[in-house]
Design a protein around this ligand. Structure first.
Ligand code: IPE
Ligand code: IPE
Ligand code: MG
Length: 230
């Protein structure tokens, strides 16, 4: 029997394996990140075409700062370039770009570019593209709780949902991790409570529209129960 094709509302991606992808080609890790940005753009477009409403991407974790400075600097340059280059296109395509994470630790030039694309696309009604930079699930929860304390608001599931960086977004239906690793690495800890996990062995720079189709096919086979019977 043919499985029904179910389109997830929100897919979240842990983009891993850029470094290994580059190493295999005897190239510097930076080149892996560069091709990783190309994959990011392909995956966003493929998800949009498939009818996915929200996509999240883990681009830089709160723990990634322990990497060599030149790798982080290169990565941040690429993020800035992505924001500058895609601004006009995404505004025209009706994509809305937002960010999660503590952006204040990023260099001002990077942050300015991010704020610019977020502001320019804020009114768009198409796919929501949410990118995690200096993002950590624990840090996000702590910041959200402190915000509620500061505002003297009671801490409830609903109030916390609205205080998180993902306020207004649906929880991810699927969390995808590339490169064969099977862990969250501090990604969307709160939001992943009932997410389905899909692991793809390919390195992130190899992701394309066909990978998105594989993810949707795998998700379509899953039976979600949310704690209930059947
Ligand atoms: C990209 O992959 C994820 C980021 C932290 C930007 P990696 O840079 O972790 O690549 P691997 O895991 O070393 O191959
Ligand atoms: C997770 O990948 C962070 C991002 C994808 C940005 P890492 O490569 O940093 O995770 P670990 O260290 O293998 O858990
Ligand atoms: Mg990695």
């Amino acid at each position: 029997m043919q499985e029904e094709r179910k389109i997830p509302t929100h897919i979240a991606f842990i983009m891993d394996g850029n470094g290994r992808w580059a190493k295999r080609r005897l190239m510097p890790r930076k080149f892996g990140h560069k091709m990783g940005v190309e994959a990011l753009k392909r995956v966003i477009d493929a998800c949009e075409k498939a009818g996915v409403k929200e996509v999240s991407f883990y681009a830089l974790s709160t723990e990634n700062w322990s990497r060599p400075k030149d790798e982080i600097d290169a990565l941040l340059d690429m993020v800035k370039k992505f924001a500058d280059d895609e601004l006009q296109k995404y505004v025209e395509k009706n994509y809305r770009v937002r960010f999660m994470g503590e952006l204040h630790r990023l260099p001002e030039v990077t942050r300015t570019a991010l704020e610019k694309i977020a502001r320019a696309s804020a009114g768009n009604t198409g796919i929501v593209v949410n990118i995690g930079l200096n993002y950590g699930g624990r840090d996000e929860i702590v910041r959200a709780v402190n915000k509620l304390i500061e505002e003297k608001k009671p801490v409830t599931v609903e109030s916390l949902n609205l205080a998180l960086d993902t306020a207004g977004m649906n929880d991810p239906d699927v969390i995808v991790r590339s490169a064969g690793e099977k862990r969250l690495s501090n990604f969307m800890l709160w939001q992943s409570a009932y997410s389905e996990f899909v692991y793809i062995d390919d390195f992130w720079p190899d992701f394309d529209a066909a990978t998105v189709e594989r993810i949707i096919a795998e998700y379509s086979k899953r039976q979600r129960r949310f704690g209930a019977l059947q």
